[in-house]
Design a protein around this ligand. Structure first.
Ligand SMILES: *[C@@H]1O[C@H](CO)[C@@H](O)[C@H](O)[C@H]1NC(C)=O
Length: 387
């Protein structure tokens, strides 16, 4: 009788313990689901605007003062700190994307970055050392993605993907955001060498290649695409110095009117093309991201957004209106960086400062530049990017 009583009280205590465990566990699960994201990864394609170190993994390393604000050393990003894709990854609760070409220390469990500085959509016709353009153009980046996916599938089938392998599971491809941010180097190289009319002839070709890439990624399993448009390059200090324009072709904001007008033509065709393609990609979200509208505001009304300078580079040489000298670029020993990059929109004349990248990302996260609307916060509990 005593034994029976003891064992029944033991059962009661076990029962209470189990209930208690269930409460603890469900509260833990509850708190983690509150910061859970539908997107398990990100795959990015692009140029220096979104390269997190690919170019400098393949070629000689980047030099100071790149990276000085956030990373405190050069990390292969064309800025003083984080890029838009970095802030986006942070907001989605993902680690910074490892470059596909980085063989040391990479972690691909939440995606990969195929972007490469100086890369174009249209294949370059000469070597990097002749053309200044990266051999890793968009078509190569797509092949690399296919290779990545095939390798992940093979290794998974051979049961070689284990904890610590730094690879994702093969179902990540349908649960990821695909970002595409490319075209600036096609645009500026054609504009610099052939002028506006020559550039116009290439625009349909550039955009149809971007479009074909999205369709291919869809066939590979991609379902969520963010396609960034082209910034107002007529306001970028470096291009203002490097690309010929009449002195009368500058507006009240200090931007080259005719160059910015072709950007509008380019972006309009990109948006129309994506609108067409959207209808043929069943079950996919294909979003045109109007980074141009945010950037134009930053360049035209810098003080409204907390900046002092927009058409003048922080890092460069020569001072003056643009602080840009194509022979003494940022990184050259004779060049120098400002001490207050948070007051500048342009980091080195061609690329944005971390401060500008952060504001662009905010307009992405609050949905104000997505076409059509895409409520990111419904798919994902967004983490703050304030630090
Ligand atoms: C989105 O964020 C930007 C930058 O912080 C801000 O200027 C804009 O007013 C915001 N828009 C909305 C709809 O919240």
């Amino acid at each position: 009788m005593r034994t029976l009583e003891a064992s029944s009280s033991c059962i009661v205590w076990n029962f209470i313990f189990i209930i208690w465990m269930v409460i603890i566990i469900s509260s833990l699960v509850g708190s983690s689901t509150s910061s859970v994201c539908e997107f398990e990864g990100m795959f990015n394609f692009g140029d220096s605007n979104s390269d997190t170190g690919g170019f400098y993994s393949a070629f000689p390393p980047q030099v100071s003062p790149y990276g000085k604000t956030y990373f405190k050393k050069p990390v292969g990003r064309a800025s003083d700190g984080r890029l838009i894709v970095d802030f986006l990854a942070q907001a989605l609760g993902l680690p910074f994307l490892s470059p596909y070409l980085q063989s040391i220390g990479s972690d691909y469990r939440h995606g990969a970055n195929f972007a490469n500085s100086a890369s174009t959509v249209i294949p370059p016709t000469a070597s990097l050392f002749v053309s200044g353009l990266s051999p890793f153009y968009l078509g190569i980046q797509l092949r690399q993605m296919e290779q990545f996916k095939a390798r992940v599938g093979d290794l998974f089938n051979q049961q070689k993907i284990r904890f610590g392998a730094n690879l994702p599971s093969p179902d990540i491809f349908g649960k990821s955001i695909y970002t595409i941010y490319i075209g600036q180097n096609d645009f500026t190289s054609k504009l610099a060498y052939g002028g506006i009319n020559a550039l116009r002839g290439y625009i349909p070709q550039i955009i149809s290649q971007i479009d074909a890439t999205i369709k291919e990624l869809y066939l590979q399993g991609g379902r969520t695409f963010l396609v960034f448009n082209l910034g107002p390059i007529g306001c970028y200090p470096g291009y203002m110095v490097e690309i010929y324009h009449e002195s009368s072709d500058v507006d009240e904001f200090g931007c080259v009117v005719s160059h910015n007008n072709v950007v509008y033509e380019y972006n309009k065709l990109l948006q129309e093309t994506l609108t067409q393609t959207r209808g043929s990609l069943k079950g996919a979200s294909l979003i045109y991201v109007d980074t141009h509208s945010t950037l134009l505001k930053l360049f035209q009304y810098p003080t409204t957004y907390g900046f002092k300078y927009s058409t003048k580079a922080c890092c460069g040489h020569g001072g003056g209106d643009h602080n840009f000298n194509p022979k003494i670029l940022c990184g050259n020993l004779a060049a120098s960086a400002c001490h207050d990059p948070q007051n500048y929109v342009s980091w080195d004349g061609i690329h944005l400062t971390e401060a500008a990248n952060k504001i662009v990302t905010r307009t992405i996260l609050n949905g104000s530049i997505f076409h059509p609307p895409f409520p990111l916060h419904i798919h994902c509990d967004l983490e703050p990017i304030d630090d």
